[in-house]
Design a protein around this ligand. Structure first.
Ligand code: NAP
Length: 327
């Protein structure tokens, strides 16, 4: 497993991290024993960066990660998120008092004295125009409640605004083969300011693995069934917000480009890691075999210029016009 430095934190994080949404909830049935086996396997394979949130299974994934800390000696970093407990989820809710309460709750769930990294959880756009929110986070760092903070964003322009705040160490954003726009302006700016980038939905909710087909069925409590059109949250979080059949056709078009000895999910992850601005990919998974396949993406050589060109051409032809002006 290779490592990259996260922003200005000085932390060496594994370039393949672990996304803990699916072991929390909103992905159909989940089994804690299997989730724990997956977390343990991730650590065995050198993964030392876990992304979670206070709302995933209402704290379930945070509590599983706390258990992992109790059961293992190896040090690892945990990034959690705050803000989505607000109901209604409005910019006015991002007060110092509310943030402090969310952080206290995550400290209890994670059984920690300080949180490694707290990310604002895709807040409404107005939050980025409220310097007092970032001042409150600076004070939480000074008080020793959090070590660092960052943001998780929906849109490229939110990312560009967020990194104007000097305390922001990381930006989490949807970046994958079917969502390439962050690499244009934002990555250059993040590199210039030494801000870490966490690429979420690296597998486009599983679609880029090739295991999902037109006949795949999803449980009613799996967001891949209930949020296709953004009924519950931003539709970009489900299959990257791209029509299912269109994206399946795209996956069929790029599948033959997979190098020998490499699987389709590994090519999808490698494609992201080939961007030097990216700190880590954070694929989700609920089974040890998935993290085994995903972690190995760190070891394979970069994709050739020709593969990058061909993927780029397919993207520009089939996908870019559908997503460019939405995120
Ligand atoms: N707003 C936010 O801040 C936000 C939003 C979304 C995600 N995130 C973070 O980003 C992480 C990653 O995103 P994501 O989990 O939504 O999407 P993802 O990583 O693109 O897809 C994860 C899903 O792909 C399938 N999968 C994973 N590895 C596989 C493999 N090797 N072969 C076949 N299928 C495989 C699994 O689904 P099945 O086995 O169930 O098919 C898994 O749950 C999340 O876990 C979360 O930590 C943050």
């Amino acid at each position: 497993m290779r490592h990259r430095t996260l922003g200005r934190t000085g932390w060496d994080v594994s370039e393949v991290g672990f996304g803990a949404w699916a072991i929390g909830g909103s992905w159909g049935k989940v089994d804690d024993a299997e989730s724990m086996a997956t977390l343990h396997r991730a650590l065995d394979l050198g993964v030392n960066f876990f992304d979670t949130a206070d709302v995933y299974g209402d704290g379930r994934s945070e509590r599983l990660i706390a258990r992992l800390r109790r059961e293992r000696r190896e040090p690892f970093f945990v990034a959690t998120k705050a803000g989505r407990r607000l109901d209604p989820h409005r910019a006015e809710g991002y007060t110092r008092g509310n943030l402090e309460a969310f952080i206290e709750r995550s400290l209890r769930n994670l059984e920690a004295e300080a949180l490694d990294l707290v990310q604002l959880h895709c807040p409404p756009v107005d939050v980025y125009y409220r310097p007092e929110v970032f001042a409150a986070l600076d004070d939480l760092v000074k008080a020793g409640k959090i070590r660092h903070y960052g943001v998780s964003v929906e849109r490229v322009e939110e990312a560009l605004k967020a990194i104007e705040y000097p305390g922001v160490q990381s930006v989490q954003i949807v970046f994958n083969i079917v969502r390439q726009r962050p690499a244009e302006l934002f990555f250059a700016e993040a590199l210039r300011r030494r801000v870490g980038i966490l690429a979420r939905l690296p597998l486009s909710s599983g679609l880029l693995t090739g295991t999902i087909t037109t006949t795949s069925q999803f449980a009613a409590d799996d967001h891949r069934a209930f949020n296709r059109e953004g009924q519950a949250f931003d539709k970009g979080e489900t299959f990257s917000g791209i029509d299912f059949d269109t994206q399946l056709r795209f996956v069929r078009a790029i599948a033959p480009l997979t190098p020998e000895g490499v699987t389709l999910p590994q090519m999808a992850l490698r494609w992201i890691l080939d961007s030097p601005a990216v700190t880590a990919v954070i694929p989700g998974g609920r089974r040890p075999a998935q993290i085994e396949e995903n972690a190995a993406a760190s070891e394979i050589p970069p994709l050739s210029a020709s593969v990058h060109e061909q993927i780029g051409a397919c993207y520009r032809r089939d996908i870019d016009p559908l997503v460019r002006h939405l995120w």
